[in-house]
Design a protein around this ligand. Sequence first.
Ligand code: IVH
Length: 714
Amino acid sequence: MMSAKSIPVEELDEQQARLELARLAAEILTHDRHYHTDDAPVISDADYDALKNRNRAIEEQFPALKRKDSPSEHVGGAVQDRFEKIAHRVAMLSLDNAFSDEDVIEFVDRVRRFLKMPADAPLAFTAEPKIDGLSLALRYEKGHLVSAATRGDGSVGENVTANARTIRDIPKALKGDAPDVFEVRGEVYLAKADFLELNRRQEAEGKQTYVNPRNTAAGSLRQLDASITASRPLRFFAYAWGDASVLPATTQMGVVAQFEKWGFEINPLMARFETVEGLIEQYRRIEAERASLAYDIDGVVYKVDDLALQARLGFVSRSPRWAIAHKFPAETATTLIEDIEIQVGRTGALSPVARLEPVTVGGVVVSNATLHNEDYIAGIGSDGQPIREGRDLRIGDTVTIYRAGDVIPKVLDVDLSRRPADSKPYLFPQTCPVCGSPATREINEKTGRMDSVRRCTNGLVCPAQAVEKLKHFVSRNAFDIDGFGAKQAEAFYHAGLVKNPAEIFTLQQRDDASELQKLKNRDGWGEQSATKLFEAIEASKVIDLHRFIFALGIRHVGEGNAKILARVYHSARGFVDAMTAARNAEGDAWSDLVNIDGIGPTVAHALVEFFGEPHNAAIVEELLVHVQPNDAEQVAADSAFAGKTIVFTGSLERMSRDEAKAMAERLGAKTAGSVSKKTDLVVAGPGAGSKRQKAIDLGVEVIDEDEWFTRIGS
Ligand code: IVH
């Protein structure tokens, strides 16, 4: 008999599912113990995640079978709940990545553009290795270590103070003069030799060996018993900071030099450069030394050296504009394309996926790779230029694939010498493989070229799009309804129970009135799970506005844009009305929308198109009958500019338009590109023309750039 372990989730019957859940609960528990208690994982993170995912998928398919000791209830292992939480006063951010020299050049150009700096004005950066460990925030008050917190989700971390005190690179008191408050941040890591020695010892004692230094460092730091941490030779490099009552220097280099005086280890390969060529040379030097370094690194981090410039540059979503991580090339492997399948996404995009002969890349088994779009398969890049020197990809081809970070693996190149003699170019479907409607490529307005993505043209009837929209609507960062995951979305859709998002909220009412089969009598459901689902649907009705906007699944409106729109339009009604009004391309609503910093014409068109489709508009209205999104909070409510609409016009001399807008938005203001009755303030530089005049005509206050700086106090 085939063991339940190898049956795809969709094909499990109830009895097999029950057995599988029991087996998975036991297996996951064993791995949790290996990882957290014994600190000796025996499988890779990816394999562990695969077990958890399978468990979750079965639970979603058979909600009634969910066990009391379900592994889904202890997220990421029990440890995370055992430590106290510490809220970071200054968020711990992540870094954007650069994968090529061009990306680095573009980063430096972007910084210059933002700061309105000419190409020849001096601008210095630091370059230093990106340590492959885990970040830690150390808070010193009057020079004494008072707390240590892991990164966690960036806002809240785990309190690992007792453990951090056992790490010899972490001073318990700072040497010399110290500020009242200073939070030193850096990376905890395990040296390669110490990792190997630890494994030798484990082996000699007949114990499990560890997977890699980073994992072991993380497991070692997050021990409830600090004496275990003490027995591991963890180390620490200081490279950044958070909350600080005063800064000891005005440059990145200067602060890090002070770290060393305070008694920290700093990375000896950190250096300062005034040209992008210098940065890239340092990257090559560090890459060449990589294998001989005592610790693992996975790239080089560049940071703007001048802290005043860092402050002006600020952040975009979770990453600073003033830094980037230049990653080393990802690991590659060679395998065979067994098949090419087409998936239809939420917006109708036909996405080709290569089914691969399974192969290991960097310790993870890979059996799929994205092929992006039909041009990519044909050997044409998004700029219309050849990629892989124009070599196309075919079923039966031998390809090199690579995996960078956690993203879906990609195809790097194809080995033509191993192409079967009878292979044929891949014919990309011209119709939607799900609904059969024509699939077309639009002209991209920006480039004037044909878009590389082919889309199903029948969004309203295509079941693939409807199901994907529904899945998106209930996904974690959208409505996140307990017991209503991707599997249920699919099952409910195909059973005709929920055909669109609004129908989720009438499900119970229809179920109550139903003379057909009630949910509790359906396969995989019961009284209790049905009641729980209805409760979860009820609970999801109170939702933040940005999640509501994100949930609608509008093209180009991801979480970031949804947050911007929520902040600008404040309420669901305000948002919907403005989007409807924006259909008039001559009106204020359109120009307000298109001028929101970070929105732009592509997103604006997508929004107008979405709300212009009567079917969508009707569903949104129906949703608003059931759901009450919370109004978005005003940011920086104590600033004099909170909630005000400001227009910058004419040429600004002290900063770029982008920087001026970012500054106004940090103060809670909304920036617009055109003047209307709703404008509160116009900042006009030299050369301002019709906008200044319109402001004067409408009686809107107009000030110059100097006055603006006076008012914001800088
Ligand atoms: S700077 C605001 N410098 O990389 C940016 N990070 O993706 C603060 N990391 O979570 C980070 N080496 O754990 C910085 N020399 C280095 C680093 C480094 C490793 C890690 C860090 C952070 C992640 C960012």
